[in-house]
Design a protein. Structure first.
Length: 518
């Protein structure tokens, strides 16, 4: 979802889930899971797919406002956001949609800021509750086992268990119970209100109550009463707070009470005020949680680096292929000032596979100019630069696949003794194999002679090659070797239809070749 949305801070439809209280000391809170976000099949419209028939996951629609900065998070107009969600609930009550789909009574709002570099998350939930004015008065609240007769309680318990056991009704959080004069309880949908009145002795308005408190109904009751008052103009309502124990209706934990409604004429003409921002330790402030302390340091580093790259792509380089960068194999010839810095910058751009070639040792003057070395690398005659640089890269970023090869690059104008010929030829073959095995070559040595053979080999292999050379008063950075193909398919097509010699020499391919350092 992060890759889909990038830095888009538009509101996102999400789903929350709750269930009736199932423990006498623990409430069932509104929960967001991985399923709360839009699934792959619905990403085009960014509408999450509700689950149906899961008795422990009653779906509730919500809106997520995820900001890109903590300043934007604190600057959100929270009161207006709450009013907007309350207006949606009120519109659903007025149009009758809340009777057909009662889950809309429990809409929620979530604002958040995710500091993914530090793995800390700021968030604040709001569950809008419409305020009836004057407020409803709750009287005669008591456990259902005391309010009902034994026969009524047994029948109601059986009917609710059957309702909860059916896939078609298990996750319907608001409904009716009609108890006839024979103490027989029947569970009905809200839209059956008129039909329930004919022969019923008692009618209970039932809701799944996530609250465990013995003297307090849960938060869904407030909007339920607003619906009942606005839809059926009732002045007195008997309600049933349905709670469970081990998956079955619990009449001693569930509550029954009566709500007295004395709303004035015309109150339905405007949207009622609403409350609902969640309290945090008794105060109306957002919550913050940090996962950094519980996460592996290496994984945190990888996540932070990848996030940096994604931000650059989202903001400035939408065509950048991060997966291609991470799989790119880079060969760096030279582990001096340029080699050290290029290796670090390649890692910063997401490159994970780096090979360094150098046969020099770290000298006492090197640590000041070469960022991968310290004075410890200079002891006992100095460590080989290639291996010391690789060890430093792995300390900086443990997941890098770096290899250091101690090898001299054969150079023109440097005589070779007869007993060294085989070793030099071996180095030539090894260098050729390394160039063939990598996707890009960086020529970072400090002499022109040392660049000559790699330049020829890269040209022969049609390899992407980058040269960086420093002088006292100037510098040069250039790309040569393989040219800028119009698409990745051009290279593969030409390669398939031509021998390697034809590909290098054919006139039609000359336009794809760049100049070189020489």
């Amino acid at each position: 979802m992060l890759n889909k949305l990038g830095i888009d801070d538009s509101p996102i439809p999400v789903l929350g889930f709750f269930a009736p209280c199932s423990h006498p000391r623990v409430s069932n809170y509104l929960t967001l899971l991985s399923e709360s976000l839009p699934s792959k099949s619905s990403e085009a419209s960014l509408i999450p797919e509700p689950s149906h028939g899961n008795r422990n996951m009653c779906s509730v629609s919500g809106i997520l406002y995820n900001t890109n900065t903590v300043e934007s998070f604190h600057a959100l107009d929270k009161q207006n956001l709450l009013k907007e969600e309350a207006r949606k609930i009120w519109d659903d009550i007025q149009t009758g949609r809340a009777v057909e789909d009662c889950s809309v009574l429990s809409r929620f709002l979530l604002i958040s800021f995710a500091d993914l570099k530090k793995w800390s998350f700021h968030y604040w939930f709001a569950i809008p509750a419409l305020m009836i004015d004057p407020p409803a008065t709750v009287v005669n609240l008591s456990p259902a086992s005391k309010w009902l007769s034994k026969e009524e309680a047994e029948s109601l318990s059986a009917s609710c268990n059957e309702w909860r056991g059916s896939k078609s009704t298990a996750d319907v959080p608001f409904f009716l119970v009609a108890i006839d004069p024979n103490s027989h309880a029947t569970v009905r949908l809200l839209k059956d209100w008129e039909a329930c009145q004919s022969n019923a002795h008692k009618i209970l308005f039932v809701f799944y109550d996530p609250c465990h408190l013995p003297n307090n109904p849960g938060w869904p009751l407030r909007n339920f009463l607003a619906l009942i008052s606005a839809r059926w103009n009732l002045k007195s309502v008997q309600f049933f707070c349905y709670r469970e124990n081990r998956g079955f209706a619990d009449m001693s934990l569930s509550l029954v009470g009566e709500a007295l409604l004395t709303v004035p004429q015309g109150w339905k003409d405007s949207v009622p005020n609403a409350v609902g921002w969640e309290l945090n330790k008794g105060r109306k402030v957002p919550r913050c949680i940090s996962l950094a302390q519980s996460m592996d340091l290496t994984r945190l580093a990888v996540s932070a680096i990848d996030l940096n790259l994604k931000l650059m792509r989202w903001r400035a380089l939408p065509s950048m292929d991060l997966s291609a960068l991470s799989s790119l194999k880079c060969l760096l010839l030279g582990a001096g000032t340029l080699g050290c810095q290029v290796a670090r910058m390649l890692m910063a751009w997401g490159v994970r596979k780096i090979t360094l070639v150098d046969n020099g040792r770290v000298a006492m003057s090197n640590p000041l100019r070469k960022s991968l070395y310290t004075l410890d690398n200079c002891l006992n005659g100095g460590e080989f630069k290639a291996t010391a640089a690789v060890e430093s890269l792995k300390r900086i970023f443990p997941v890098v696949e770096a290899e250091g090869i101690v090898m001299a690059i054969p150079m023109p104008g440097h005589p070779v003794n007869s007993h060294e010929q085989e070793s030099v030829l071996h180095d030539c073959r090894h260098l050729c194999d390394l160039i063939d095995a990598h996707d890009a070559v960086f020529l970072l040595t400090d002499t022109r002679e040392s660049r000559w053979l790699p330049t020829l080999l890269c040209a022969n292999a049609n390899e992407i090659t980058m040269t960086a050379a420093l002088g006292f008063e100037s510098f040069l950075v250039m790309r040569h070797g393989a040219g800028p193909f119009s698409s990745a398919g051009d290279l593969s097509a030409e390669t398939a239809s031509s021998s390697s010699a034809d590909l290098r020499l054919n006139d039609t391919n000359v336009k794809h070749r760049l100049g070189c350092y020489f």
